[in-house]
Design a protein around this ligand. Sequence first.
Ligand SMILES: [Zn+2]
Length: 200
Amino acid sequence: MSKALLVVDVQNDFYPGGALEVPNGDKINSKINSLMEKNEYKKIVGSQDWHPKNHKSFASTHEKEPFSEYESEGIGPILWPDHCVQKSKGAKFHKDINTENFDLIIRKGYNPEIDSYSAFQENDGTNLGLASYLKGLNVVEVDIVGLALDVCVKYTAEDAVKNGFKSNIILEGSKGIEQDPDKFKEILNEMKEKGINIKE
Ligand SMILES: [Zn+2]
C-alpha cells in the first residue's frame, strides 16, 4: 500500500454559504467519506487554510474589492474575500466530513505576507513538509479531493507531480469555482498536460 489520500481545504468558508463558497461544494462529502473508509490508503492527510486576520491575500487588507487583480511575491493573481481566519467558524472543517480519519493536518497560509494554494508549499516556494512526510512512508501515489478544484486542489496536484508522486484528482470528490463548462474543461486539460490524472 503506497498510496495516500489528500483532502484539500474541506472548510466551512469554501462550502455553500461560506465566505468563499464553491458552488455544489457540499456534493463531495459522501465521496470523500467513502474514500476514507477504503483500506486503500497508507495515510490520509487533510489540509487547512489558516490565515491570520489582515492576511495579504484578502482584498479588505488592501481596501479593494474581492476578486480584484493583484500580484506580488506569493500573492495573487486575484485578491480574495476574507476567509478561513484562524480559529473562526469558517476555518473549521465541514461537519459532515469524517475528519477523525485524518492522520495528519497540514495548515497553510499562516504567513501574513504569503498565500499558500498548495498543501506541499507556500506560493513563494517555502516547503510545508508534506513531500518528505509521504516519501518517508514510501508513498508513491496520491489521490486528491477537496476544494476548490481550480485553485488549491490544482496547485496541490501540480506540486505532487513536481515532487515525483503519481498524482490523481478524483473528480467526484472535488468541485471548482469556474462554472463555465468550456473554461472548466480547459482547466482540466491544462492539468492533464502537466501530468495529472483526472479520474471520474
Ligand atoms: Zn486562503
